[in-house]
Design a protein around this ligand. Structure first.
Ligand code: ZN
Length: 107
């Protein structure tokens, strides 16, 4: 049983294997791209994220999956939930100074 309260679409039966494949591909490092510099976050990642959420029609193909760290999976989930509610993406484009600082973004 792989149910998650956050998902509206069921995970595929081979999810565990698929997740491992994607996480290995991404070297278990967060693939979130910083909006300001275009660099990868690179923090140790343990979440396998749908780039386009399954609830919005995103596929379970590796091309639509990526590794995310705890920080960014929380941000992503909040953004997905907000978009699902309001169907706007404005909050993705907040000025950098309004965002909390990610440990991996202090360099
Ligand atoms: Zn990250």
């Amino acid at each position: 049983m792989q149910a998650s309260s956050r998902r509206t679409a069921p995970l595929p039966p081979h999810w565990a294997r698929l997740r491992r494949t994607v996480m290995n591909r991404d070297s278990w490092r967060c693939q979130h791209v910083r909006y300001d510099t275009g660099e990868l976050c690179g923090e140790p990642a343990r979440h396998c994220d749908h780039v386009v959420p399954a609830s919005e029609g995103g596929s379970d193909a590796p091309a639509n999956l990526r590794a995310l760290c705890d920080w960014h999976v929380l941000r992503k989930d909040a953004a997905d939930a907000g978009r699902a509610r309001r169907r706007v993406t404005a909050d993705r484009w907040q000025p950098i100074r309004n965002r909390r600082t990610h440990p991996g973004e202090v360099r």
